[in-house]
Design a protein. Structure first.
Length: 108
């Protein structure tokens, strides 16, 4: 574990679980996942349908700092599209600009 990161709050097996997200990863459209907690360490491996993806970076980011490029890494056209998606997955979730999320970036 990177000494600057706090302990994980969940396991890497729970990082990408929704079938639509799994398919985005497998198609190469999704190379990042935002979570409320930290699910993986840099260098940790994730197996999705027999394909191995390596976590390359884990860091905190606020919704206010998220860019359209960040949203494209999540598999969406722009920031608004990603935030709209979050509202469908987590109805009633408050998306304050100051809310911090753990970003997990990965590659095959």
């Amino acid at each position: 574990m990177d000494a600057t990161l706090p302990p994980k709050t969940c396991s890497i097996e729970r990082l990408v679980t929704r079938e639509d997200d799994v398919q985005r990863v497998l198609r190469g459209e999704k190379t990042a996942v935002r979570r409320n907690g930290r699910y993986a360490d840099p260098g940790e491996k994730m197996n999705l349908q027999g394909r191995i993806f390596v976590v390359s970076n884990v860091f905190l980011q606020t919704f206010g700092d998220m860019t359209d490029e960040d949203a494209r890494k999540e598999g969406y056209i722009d920031r608004k599209g990603y935030l709209d998606y979050l509202q469908t997955v987590h109805p009633g979730m408050t998306l304050q600009p100051s809310t911090k999320m753990w970003v997990h970036e990965f590659h095959e």
